[in-house]
Design a protein around this ligand. Structure first.
Ligand code: GAP
Length: 512
């Protein structure tokens, strides 16, 4: 199946099974805003717990924070967001559609990559077992020509973005003959900057209302609380502050479902370190964060680092963790070495001394910061994309199964009486009443057992237990594994400890 079709199926599966709904669905939705349904909210909460515990529980020197979404407007002046949090936009005069110039060019670069991959696939078919891919990529004139074109474009684009040279971005679009996907024409306007922050007003106009912003990242809430936390927590460098919360960006090109939203959630951690040690910490956090992703078992080959060529003026290193989505490798998380830029800017604009007194060297300095920043929604999407599976069964049936990591699954255990009589529902209810204090359980007695298994497979429930007539005498149930569909007989008394090992967030954390 084409990857595009797979993605469409994932999107409709999300809606059909209560994971993600378009916002204000009965009014036909609101662009790039989504709601999480009864299963989605559980999965999302589990992702957040996995992240939060990996940061705050497993690191003695990382503490949490929950700062407000509204902040003093000067915060955004100091951080540079008022002046520079812009996207370069371009309009097509015929379709009247607006695009991000950088996205149009990045898509063009991806097209060169696709062309190369197609050439390689064709050659593999032609040469069969004797095919040496590395040699083919290094010697095929057609592949080499496309690589040269791609690299030249990439270099030109990186330079234009670095200089924020809007004329050059437009020229690249014209030179590459990039056409509007809707009208098919190349009738482009000039490229303009567009600020992504949402504005609103606090206070009534008569009182002299002031413009404030919905935060476009949670990080600034951490920076402005650095002194509060460091002092009240008597924190010693290096230490971190972790926060999960909503962020808002007026994304013009909102695409790919929950990949790019206008209201989304971030999990960010700012790690404050002694100046001069930041690049070592940057390397450590890159590895720590990659290990967090890999512990989910989605296959190491599905992750890669993308080191930034274009660094923000305040950063001295930056890298993304990309995950292989059905629409290519895409950024899920950013790890940034932000120097002392943010703290220094807030010191300058607030007039406060924002420093650290180092008791070991008796020096005062402004700490440097390593930031890890991951989008909850993008993480959610990567989990769904990797877990969605359509399977042909040996008996000729097929099933859709969400192979979610058990620790993230919305429901851990479905409890089913084989029939709705003979005391089986009562027995099943009793088991549920004991286990519901330990795991998220579902009770299901409707339809055939086969249909009930399929329903649970589709929402990713890792285990089902069936209560049958023997249960009443031998105290055992049939435990069915979602992935292998194997069934084993297990004493009810053992269920809790048996499952705890397999489905708890702790089991995942222990892999780190
Ligand atoms: N504080 C740094 C920061 O905000 P970013 O690269 O702009 O950096 C970090 O965002 C992460 O937030 C991204 O890697 C992505 O997972 C998520 N993110 C950013 N914009 C998003 C959007 N419009 N929709 C969903 N997730 C988004």
């Amino acid at each position: 199946m084409a990857q595009e079709d797979v993605f469409k199926k994932i999107v409709s599966h999300c809606k059909e099974y209560g994971f993600v709904f378009p916002s204000s669905d009965i009014y036909d939705g609101l662009g790039a805003v989504y709601d999480y349904g009864q299963n989605g909210v559980e999965l999302k909460n589990n992702i957040k717990q996995y992240w939060w515990k990996s940061m705050v529980l497993l690191h003695e020197n990382i503490v949490g924070l929950d700062s407000a979404i509204f902040m003093h407007p000067t915060v955004w002046k100091a951080s540079g967001h008022v002046d520079a949090f812009n996207d370069p936009l371009i309009d097509n005069r015929d379709s009247k559609k607006r695009y991000r110039a950088d996205v149009l060019i990045e898509d063009q670069i991806a097209k060169y990559d696709e062309k190369i991959d197609k050439e390689v696939a064709k050659a593999r078919k032609r040469f069969g077992d004797s095919f040496d891919e590395a040699q083919y990529r290094a010697t095929s004139p057609r592949v080499l020509e496309t690589i040269a074109k791609r690299d030249a474009l990439h270099e030109r684009y990186a330079q234009a973005m670095n200089d924020m040279n809007l004329e050059e971005l437009k020229q690249i679009i014209l030179d590459e003959e990039i056409a509007c996907p809707i009208s098919g024409t190349r009738n482009w306007t000039d490229v303009r900057q567009f600020n992504l922050m949402f504005k609103t007003e606090v206070g009534s106009t008569a009182d002299g209302a002031s413009t404030i912003y919905l935060r476009p990242e949670t990080a600034q809430g951490i920076f402005v609380n650095y002194l509060n936390v460091q002092k009240t927590g008597r924190m010693k460098l290096p230490f971190g502050i972790a926060q999960i919360g909503k962020a808002f960006r007026n994304e013009i090109v909102a695409r790919q479902f929950i990949f790019r939203m206008r209201e989304f959630e971030q999990m960010e951690m700012q790690f404050f370190v002694k100046p001069g040690t930041e690049l070592d910490w940057f390397k450590k956090w890159k590895q720590t964060r990659l290990a967090w992703h890999q512990a989910l078992g989605f296959g190491n080959e599905n992750y890669r680092f993308h080191d930034h060529e274009k660094l923000a003026h305040y950063a001295n290193a930056a890298s993304d963790i990309e995950f292989r989505m059905p629409f290519g490798f895409k950024e899920v998380e950013g790890i940034h070495s932000r120097t002392n830029f943010d703290l220094s800017q807030h010191a300058k604009y607030s007039g406060r001394k924002i420093e650290y007194f180092d008791p070991e060297t008796n020096e005062r300095y402004t700490p440097y910061v390593i930031e890890t920043s991951i989008g909850v929604d993008r993480m959610f999407l990567s989990v769904m994309c990797h877990s969605y599976c359509e399977e042909q069964l040996p008996n000729g049936d097929s099933r859709v199964v969400l192979r979610l990591p058990a620790a993230l699954a919305p429901t851990k255990l479905a409890i089913m009486p084989l029939v709705r009589k003979d005391g089986l529902p009562e027995c099943a209810r009793k088991i549920m009443d004991d286990l519901k204090f330990h795991f998220n359980c579902a009770y299901d007695e409707k339809d055939s057992i086969g249909k009930r298994y399929r329903r649970q497979d589709a929402v990713g429930t890792p285990f089902c237990i069936t209560v049958d007539h023997d249960t009443l005498t031998d105290g055992c149930v049939t435990l069915r594994d979602r992935d292998t569909m194997e069934q084993t007989r297990v004493p009810v008394a053992d269920l809790c400890s048996l499952l705890e090992d397999k489905v708890s967030i702790t089991s995942l954390l222990k892999k780190l």
